[in-house]
Design a protein around this ligand. Structure first.
Ligand code: ATP
Length: 456
């Protein structure tokens, strides 16, 4: 773990409250600092204590401050948000039922920087966060395991208690004379220091089993260990994952696939039985690990639209499962349809590719045209056979674009009645171009005459 001086210089054993205001000012970007300052002034006016919480404080202590600002206010977050939009800019997306709001800062950067009195430079503009979460401090209770929680407004202490791990409970006060004070009732700072992930209570994974996935993702990202009793809790609640909806599991696994250490995280999930608890057929084999390491962005030639790198990584993983199992697992995770089609297509085509690569171009086109570009690209990354890779590349860059010059109009002008013969003739003409049987317009016309005669 890359630890900075800040964490090493803190005396975590002292009984005096820590003050991190200076550290925050030094480590946060000028924009983040100005935003936090503006927020704290408004909160003070509303007499509403406000804290920055969770991942931001954790990462600040670890020396890698991020732009993901979660602010908890002991008051009305929506009211605060409305004033901030007036003073600073952006847009408010309130969620009345939860008393939360997303303060969106997209698209208004120049004006926002001006109002924050931050000098406008290209590099600084790029540091304006896209949005900030404004949360009214709340308590959550779970009617049954894995359910979404009931919510009641409360204070910061109870808000900290609803969180997943001690290292994510840290709250840094922003307003008033106590600004900079770290609220750490669960000794999260000491766990950050020791590199430990620990739940707040023994029912945590029962309340929300997706926390098990979050924990392994964080452990893999930060290089943290899981504290012994937390590991025991994980083992005893693994079976609860079975009841969690496919959508929620899919979302968590997508976040894993976006991590730099994704392969190590998935290996750990496999080792601890997390994947098989989600579905007995779900596994992360060593060939899947190899496959995932190959994920790289496609070039324009592949024409893959609306594409996220996590989509490709899902396909690279699931194509290593036997097709029937890939199908069952896709069902379980409610994988979006295009992803499921791409994963299954790639899984089915993979063992056939060596044979397909030996066929004439027209036969290759007939086989590959049925598949989504994402499936073909995943196959391309994954094949070790040079001829097969070349065939895929030729199909994508050249063969799939080949068309005969004649079309339906040409056939009608020749007096042929519209019907199934049209597609037969045009397919045959295209195949003749693809396979080098014809090479120019004159040769196409000659073949066309012959085919039209046959179908008259
Ligand atoms: P990341 O860097 O992955 O965004 P993060 O810790 O900021 O990590 P978020 O998903 O942005 O994570 O959540 C923000 C905070 O909300 C967390 O720090 C944690 O305190 C809390 N949180 C998120 N999900 C849960 C959960 N399932 N149960 C309890 N607390 C949660």
């Amino acid at each position: 773990v890359a630890r900075n001086k800040l964490l090493d210089n803190l005396n975590t054993n002292s009984s005096a409250p820590l003050n991190l205001l200076l550290a925050l000012k030094k480590s946060a970007s000028p924009v983040a600092w100005a935003l936090l300052h503006a927020v704290s002034l408004e909160a003070e006016k509303q007499n509403a204590p406000i804290y920055v919480v969770g991942g931001f404080v954790r990462d600040l202590l670890l020396g890698s401050p991020n732009l993901d600002l979660d602010l908890v206010v002991e008051g009305d977050a929506i009211r605060l948000g409305r004033v901030l939009v007036k003073r600073v800019g952006g847009r408010l997306l309130p969620h009345q039922a939860f008393g939360t709001a997303v303060w969106s800062l997209v698209g208004d950067q120049a004006a926002i920087l001006r109002r924050l009195h931050v000098p406008r430079k290209k590099t600084i503009a790029a540091q304006v966060p896209e949005f900030i979460d404004l949360i009214s401090a709340r308590r959550e209770s779970y009617t049954h395991s894995g359910a979404l929680p009931d919510v009641v407004f409360s204070d910061i202490h109870e808000d900290q208690y609803r969180r997943d791990f001690t290292i994510n409970t840290l709250a840094l006060r922003l307003d008033g004379p106590a600004a900079g004070q770290l609220l750490d009732p669960w000794r999260g700072l000491s766990d950050v220091h020791r590199g430990l992930l620990r739940t707040l209570h023994a029912q945590s994974f029962s309340d929300d089993p997706t926390r098990m996935l979050r924990m392994l993702r964080l452990a893999g990202r930060l290089g943290f260990k899981i504290e012994a009793s937390t590991l025991k809790q994980l083992k005893s609640y693994l079976h609860r994952l079975e009841a969690i909806s496919g959508e929620r599991i899919y979302k968590e696994l997508m976040l894993v696939l976006l991590e730099e250490n994704r392969v190590a995280i998935l290996k750990e999930m496999q080792r601890l039985g997390v994947l098989s608890a989600i579905n007995p057929n779900l596994e992360f084999s060593s060939s899947a690990a190899q496959s995932l390491k190959r994920a790289a962005m496609p070039t324009k030639n592949w024409e893959i639209e609306d594409f996220e790198i996590s989509d490709l990584r899902f396909v690279l993983w699931f194509m290593c499962l036997p097709p029937q199992i890939a199908n069952a697992v896709s069902d379980r995770l409610r994988l979006p349809l295009p992803l499921r089609r791409a994963a299954l297509g790639a899984a089915k085509l993979q063992p056939e590719l060596r044979v397909i690569a030996k066929l004439a171009p027209s036969a290759v086109v007939a086989q590959l045209e049925k598949e989504l570009p994402l499936a073909l690209y995943a196959l391309f990354l994954n094949v070790s056979n040079g001829t097969a890779a070349k065939t895929l590349e030729r199909y994508v860059t050249k063969w799939r674009h080949v068309r005969s010059r004649s079309d339906g109009n040409t056939l009608r002008k020749k007096g042929l009645k519209p019907g199934p013969a049209y597609s037969k003739i045009l397919t045959r003409l295209r195949a003749a171009w693809l396979d080098g049987e014809i090479k120019n317009a004159k040769q196409e016309r000659a073949l066309l005459e012959k085919l039209v005669d046959e179908h008259r």
